[in-house]
Design a protein around this ligand. Structure first.
Ligand code: CMP
Length: 141
């Protein structure tokens, strides 16, 4: 399997509860390495532009409110099959449907406050990494 990079976000509900270290450990234990990382606070407009693909969904406003409600950790994870592996480690979007041992099953509070985001395809990963990071900020090795 090829080595990939993917974008991961530790969402405000998890950062607020000091779960950042535990979540990063779950990625590292499964072979994903952090090759870029920062803690930032988005405006509601910036959250809206990141989630523009969901603009017409009923949950869009609540999602943007939440994603700008407190600091988030944005990071680039690298590893074999990183895009799918990140999503497996996170679990299903709805925490009630997420498997035991996944980030969302262990930590998420609701469908919106679901602790983590991960890119869903190679194209999305490239766009989402470029949304938050310049080339110089991403470790190349
Ligand atoms: P995420 O993987 O960040 O992508 C879009 C986010 O919208 C999703 O996680 C959830 O936090 C949020 N969301 C809220 N309601 C829904 C829903 N009904 N379907 C999908 N995503 C939802």
């Amino acid at each position: 399997m090829s080595v990939e990079k993917t974008l991961s976000i530790i969402k405000p509900d998890a950062v607020k509860r000091d779960l950042t270290g535990k979540i990063i450990a779950m990625f590292e234990e499964k072979g994903l390495r952090v090759v870029a990382q920062k803690k930032i606070l988005l405006s509601k407009e910036q959250a809206g532009s990141f989630y523009a693909v969901h603009r017409d969904r009923p949950f869009f406003d609540e999602l943007c409110e939440f994603m700008s409600s407190g600091p988030i950790v944005v990071q680039v994870l690298q590893g074999s099959n990183a895009i799918d592996l990140n999503r497996q480690i996170m679990g299903a979007t709805n925490p009630e449907q997420a498997e035991t041992g996944t980030i969302r099953r262990e930590f998420a509070l609701s469908m919106t406050e679901n602790s983590a985001h991960g890119s869903d395809s190679a194209e999305t990963a490239r766009d989402e990494i470029n949304f938050f990071f310049s080339g110089l900020e991403v470790l190349q090795f």
